[in-house]
Design a protein around this ligand. Structure first.
Ligand code: SF4
Ligand code: SF4
Ligand code: SF4
Length: 339
């Protein structure tokens, strides 16, 4: 291993793998990375043993990019191992930053998921003997161990100190290139890195980078429509056409690519700067736009019910990427037996 190179690691927790593929999307720039870095761990790329990483001195990896949420024992074990071995830990992608789409599983718990997947609650499951995965399995070669699934999905910073956050599902090539450029300058020229805790994206809202024309005053939309119910005008703001677009509550940085493609934003870049709860922020914004209240900070339960009555999938609409990081964190509670 060349001593003049830094060590980096990339790891895939509870996610879809799209973040790993996004790294490859930087094309030839990956050669610049190879010129300054040894990739010590990248399970999608090659076979490194965890024991090899365990043997490395603490803090000997300069930067670890962790994508995916924390959903099981293995996700947490490797995240902690990388934290111990790394100087800088980056939550890479919306799953690591906010829970992402896997975070929607916080509407249930481990038992609920197992029942759904391994019993006849799904049309494709044929399991009359109700066989469920076991943590320990004996095979001719020995005993195998499966990591235990947690009752809920956690974000990376729920379980450890995180240095930087790079949102997006997945982060765009531009954001990845910006981050790599900053690392290269830091390594080659000693340029300072952004302050700890920084979000590597824009501080503006998505609406600020969206080219669609908005009605600036007196917005008063009566009815919410689904994107498939109309042919949206390509120039006008989607909200002004009755389609819920999460742009007002979403951080800019993706170039508003979904509205650009005539589809509403679903919020994958996460909440805007300083906002804790993206879904709550969007609900407040919508309530005023849809003529429910003009006092965004004083939404009554009745106001919220009036709005939600028109939304087909409120949780999936307002918290598609951020449920574990929201003020709700999870919606599952044990039902109390009546009587
Ligand atoms: S952020 Fe999106 S692309 Fe990345 S792992 Fe999660 S679901 Fe996949
Ligand atoms: S609400 Fe959506 S469509 Fe309208 S300006 Fe914002 S991002 Fe664009
Ligand atoms: S428009 Fe919204 S959902 Fe689409 S990529 Fe950008 S932040 Fe994500």
């Amino acid at each position: 291993m060349a001593q003049d190179k830094i060590n980096i690691a990339l790891y895939w927790g509870a996610g879809c793998g799209g973040c790993d593929v996004a790294v490859l999307d930087i094309d030839a720039a990956i050669l610049d990375v190879a010129a300054i870095a040894n990739v010590t761990l990248w399970p999608i790329g090659f076979d490194t043993k965890y024991s090899d990483i365990e043997k490395m001195p603490d803090k000997s990896i300069t930067i670890s990019f962790y994508n995916g949420a924390i959903r099981n024992e293995e996700n947490e074990r490797i995240a902690r191992l990388l934290r111990q071995k790394s100087q800088i830990m980056i939550a890479f992608g919306s799953c690591a930053c906010f829970g992402g789409t896997p975070g929607l599983a916080n509407v249930t718990n481990k038992k609920g998921i197992m029942e759904m997947v391994y019993t006849d609650q799904t049309p494709s499951t044929d399991n009359p003997d109700r066989v469920f995965p076991s943590k320990h399995i004996k095979v001719p070669e020995g005993e195998l161990e499966l990591p235990d699934l947690y009752d809920q999905v956690f974000t990376l910073d729920d379980i450890m100190d995180v240095d930087y956050f790079m949102p997006g599902c997945p982060p765009t090539v531009e954001l990845i290139s910006t981050a790599i450029g900053a690392v290269m300058k830091h390594v080659k020229e000693g340029a300072p890195l952004p302050p700890k805790g920084a979000v590597i994206a824009s501080d503006k809202t998505l609406c600020d980078e969206c080219k669609r024309k908005r009605v600036e005053t007196g917005r008063n939309i009566e009815k919410i429509v689904q994107p498939y119910e109309i042919f949206p005008d390509q120039e006008k703001c989607l909200i002004d056409q009755g389609i819920i677009c999460i742009g007002p509550a979403t951080r800019a940085g993706c170039g508003a690519m979904c509205p650009e493609g005539n589809m509403p934003c679903r919020g994958c870049m996460g909440p805007t700067k300083g906002v804790l709860d993206q879904g709550g922020s969007m609900l407040s914004a919508l309530a005023s736009i849809f003529n429910i209240t003009d006092k965004e900070s004083q939404l009554s339960e009745e106001d919220i019910e009036k709005l939600l009555d028109q939304v087909k999938d409120p949780l999936g609409t307002f918290y598609a990427f951020t449920l574990p990081k929201s003020l709700l964190k999870r919606t599952y509670t044990e039902k109390k037996k009546k009587g």
